[in-house]
Design a protein around this ligand. Structure first.
Ligand code: XMP
Length: 523
């Protein structure tokens, strides 16, 4: 569900449009703009200029994308949009498209440029106001703008990319070859701030509180007198979804919690007590552990695990939902990253990285209409919304947990014995992290049980036992992440306690990979 209709200026008179050319980062761009308190909406890349003008945007951003602008069938925009007088910022593919449309040349680069690059700025005005002369930027491209017609002025360069940023001399059109939206470009937010505030002239009056109020009204209108079923996982996403619905429709809400036997230690009890303390809505708990273990027997392939868990989840959910009379809608806490990382973004050919079982499938199977009030939001926006709605801190700040649960952290076969090892190790890790006061400072921390055994020595005996990997990341959008620099003494305590207290583990390792290129979960 969107915040507003395509043309209705419901929440704000100031909006920036992102034209999506299939970038993994289109949503991230939108989020960075919203951080400036400017409402931002993603739209199809092939809208006609007149349709774009109909939105009355203050600015237009052309996203990156996987294609080459000179290939047949590459997604194009209506060149008329450059003549609307509305400021345009092209990012990566978007810059190449703008340059090509306005007379520049784009070619395959001698070598694909991927990762951090040192960028030197040739101006300190407009887009680059207040920035240092040189900075790190994140590049990810195979093509480059190789020459710009006299109409464009180059604004920045890297060692391998002589035209890393441009501005048009007459039109309000700008281009960045690198990605300002990812955290690996430290001054990227400042550039987007400069674009929306200085170049587009936005004032920054949009707030998330508006989103809550508006969404509650919209939910009430849409649901009418009907009943809504909401899948609850105990995570912040489904809790905020339930909270929004509870505020909108109260007793017309029924929640279903499927315990798949893949939850963390004591999680089911915690979720139930938090839920019943907070809401008076109808709660159904399905004890599905045995069925899930049965379907996972002998399975080691990550996608197959997800697929089977997804199917079993649907079965359990369906059986319970059938007991709830007169339900018409199904609510899910799907977020932007779930949509984009599943390749399910409308009009976006972004690659499928993982199958996220909570996206798609469920509603058709069940015959309900789908309600996804958080579909436009990122995790930290959802947290702020949760706080705004009065949810307790323990819920709002709980680290995210994947739908397939511990199954995707138990590499190899999922057995009761291996799950028990993982659960105990994870509980020790989290309790030490909390004692060190770092739980809220990290975004997601968990233990992973590896499918390797290694040699050790305990007392005088040789051991040949399991390895636990500790994963901890810092991120605010979960699309990109860096590994947490946890203090050595904390890591030492975690390692000692896990090896001493969890039978079957003789080695603990720490994962020092960032995303990209690694993902947060190991499967
Ligand atoms: P990755 O591992 O893709 O994770 O970097 C990004 C965020 O998504 C969570 N995640 C999932 N959530 N179903 C979910 O509901 C899934 O299959 C799934 N896989 C990953 C992950 O925990 C992290 O927060």
């Amino acid at each position: 569900m969107s915040v507003s209709g395509p043309h209705g200026g419901v929440l704000t008179d100031e909006r920036v449009l992102v034209l999506d050319f299939g970038s993994q980062y289109a949503q991230l761009i939108a989020r960075r703009v919203r951080e400036q308190n400017v409402y931002c909406q993603i739209v199809r890349h092939d809208l006609k200029a007149v349709q774009i003008a109909g939105y009355r945007p203050k600015g237009i951003i052309l996203s990156g994308g996987p294609a080459s602008v000179y290939e047949a069938g590459a997604p194009q925009c209506d060149p008329g949009l450059f003549q609307l007088g509305i400021p345009v910022l092209g990012i990566c593919y978007g810059m190449q498209l703008a340059c090509q449309a306005l007379g520049g040349q784009v070619q395959h680069a001698p070598s694909r440029e991927y990762g951090r690059a040192r960028c030197t700025l040739q101006t300190s005005e407009g887009l680059f106001a207040g920035l240092p002369d040189a900075m790190d930027v994140w590049m990810s491209h195979g093509d480059q703008v190789t020459s710009v017609a006299g109409d464009f002025e180059p604004m920045a360069a890297t060692a391998t990319c002589p035209i890393a940023a441009v501005r048009h001399r007459q039109l309000p059109v700008f281009g960045l070859q690198f990605h300002p939206e990812v955290t690996h470009t430290p001054f990227g937010s400042q550039m987007l701030h400069n674009f929306v505030m200085n170049v587009c002239g936005c004032s920054g009056a949009w707030h998330l509180g508006d989103f809550a109020a508006q969404t509650i009204v919209q939910l009430r209108e849409r649901v009418g007198p009907n009943r809504v079923i909401c899948g609850l996982s105990g995570g912040v996403d489904s809790s905020v979804t339930a909270a929004l619905l509870y505020k909108a429709i109260g007793s017309q809400l029924s929640c279903i919690l499927v315990d798949n036997g893949l939850l963390r230690k004591d999680e089911q009890a915690t979720v139930i007590s938090e839920f019943t303390n907070h809401f008076k809505a109808d709660l159904h708990v399905v004890q599905g552990g045995a069925q899930f273990m049965q379907t996972l027997r002998g399975i080691t392939d990550p996608q197959e695990k997800r697929r089977r868990i997804g199917h079993m989840f649907i079965e359990c959910f369906k059986a319970e939902a059938a007991k709830i009379q007169d339900a018409k809608y199904l609510a899910q806490g799907t977020l932007y990253p779930d949509v984009i990382e599943s390749g399910a973004a409308p009009d976006g050919p972004a690659a499928t990285i993982k199958l996220h079982h909570n996206v798609g499938g469920l509603p058709e199977e069940l015959g309900f209409e789908l309600i996804e009030p958080l579909r436009d939001l990122f995790k930290d926006e959802v947290r702020r919304l949760g706080a705004e709605l009065g949810l307790p801190d323990t819920l709002v700040w709980r680290h995210p947990f994947p739908g397939p649960g511990l199954a995707v952290r138990c590499l190899g076969e999922v057995t009761d014995e291996r799950l028990e090892i993982l659960r105990e190790a994870d509980a020790i890790l989290i309790s030490e992290l909390k004692s060190a006061g770092l739980y809220r400072r990290t975004s997601q921390t968990f233990a992973v049980l590896l499918p390797v055994q290694s040699v050790g020595v305990m007392g005088d005996a040789r051991t040949y036992e399991h390895t636990i990997a500790v994963r901890s990341v810092d991120t605010d959008d979960f699309m990109t992440a860096d590994w947490s620099r946890l203090p050595y003494d904390l890591l030492a305590r975690v390692s000692t306690r896990i090896i001493n207290e969890v039978a079957g583990v003789n080695r603990v390792v720490y994962d020092i990979s960032s995303k990209p290129p690694a993902t947060i979960e190991w499967e």
